[in-house]
Design a protein around this ligand. Structure first.
Ligand code: UTP
Length: 297
């Protein structure tokens, strides 16, 4: 019987420079799509996939994130008095039970691989998931759940994968595919942000991973990689070199890169249009705005 994936690491210690000046005082993960912070989407997806322990790798200035998961007794009392059941339910979803969530610090933003490595003692000897909250994935069956189900048959390491336009490929970790089995891809190699002429494919790694504890051992031996950072991709690639199985998983769903302004805005529009109470007004506004913008060109 394969060990169930019950722990997930959420690396949130990055500097969020693409959203400055907002991220000078607000963690990027608290920025909201309509009214729910990015981090809430990540937590909901993890819960749906069976995660029971939530490990946050944070850094200086991320206090608002920790507060977000606390109970809010005064607010709850006031909502209860006013019989606002829907809002109370929303609040309940955002509160984590004591002991369910752990925060550790990454002292310096040395890269994603290093951030994940900071959680090594909490992971000990179990397979685990990693979720990057910047990548928001709208899907009927949540992306991590799709991967956990596939992992039950494969074991090994698994990364979420999707085709990106070739011109964008060099901004991602890319897969060298040995065998394309449809949703599942057996991987021969992985390379982080290669020069365009060295790109093995346009199949990019997206921010969902299922990893073996060995990957953390590998990180401990790594030197700085692409962009001068300790790269998680390099540690997973070492597993392939060691003869271990690594899979890409082409998930069903729409991914939004909420670490970029454009992706964040697209997600905001998509999630707002999916809300019946906002749909019509927003649609009217967009049609009008597009018309005006076209006329002005
Ligand atoms: P990004 O590459 O998007 O970096 O990190 P960033 O710092 O968050 O944002 P920009 O590029 O400056 O705007 C991808 C994920 O890895 C985490 C980030 O918090 C984000 O969830 N990360 C990155 C760390 O936790 N530590 C690091 O040293 C680097």
């Amino acid at each position: 019987m394969r060990k169930k994936i019950t722990k997930a690491i959420f690396p949130v210690a990055g500097l969020g420079t693409r959203f400055l000046p907002a991220t000078k005082s607000i963690p990027k993960e608290i920025l909201s799509l309509v009214d729910r912070p990015l981090i809430q989407y990540a937590i909901d997806e993890a819960r749906d996939a069976g995660i029971k322990e939530f490990i946050f790798v944070t850094s200086r200035g991320k206090g608002a994130l920790e507060d977000y998961f606390d109970g809010a007794p005064q607010l709850e009392q006031s909502l209860r008095k006013k019989n606002k059941k829907g809002l109370l339910e929303e609040l309940k979803r955002s509160t984590m039970d004591s002991g369910e969530i752990v925060y550790i610090r990454q002292r310096e933003a040395l890269g994603l691989g290093h951030a994940v490595w900071c959680a090594r003692r909490l992971i000990a000897n179990e397979p685990f998931a990693v979720i990057l909250p910047d990548d928001v994935i709208a899907a009927e069956k949540p992306c991590l759940k799709q991967m956990v189900e596939a992992y039950e048959n494969t074991g090994g390491c698994m990364v979420a994968a999707m085709e990106v336009p070739p011109a964008m490929a060099s901004s991602y970790g890319l897969l060298d595919v040995k065998e394309d089995m449809g949703a599942l891809l057996k991987v021969n190699g992985m390379v982080e942000k290669p020069d365009p002429q060295d790109a093995p494919s346009n199949l990019a790694v997206i921010g969902r991973y299922i990893l073996t504890p060995n990957v953390l051992k590998n990180v401990g031996t790594l030197k700085k990689g692409a962009g001068g950072e300790i790269q998680l991709t390099d540690a997973i690639a070492m597993e392939i070199a060691n003869g271990e199985d690594v899979y890409g998983y082409r998930f069903d769903g729409q991914r939004y890169d909420c670490g970029s302004k454009s992706g964040f805005l697209q997600a905001t529009i998509a999630f707002a249009l999916a809300r019946p109470e906002l749909h019509d007004e927003l649609m009217d506004f967009m049609v009008q705005t597009v018309g005006q913008s076209r006329a002005a060109q």
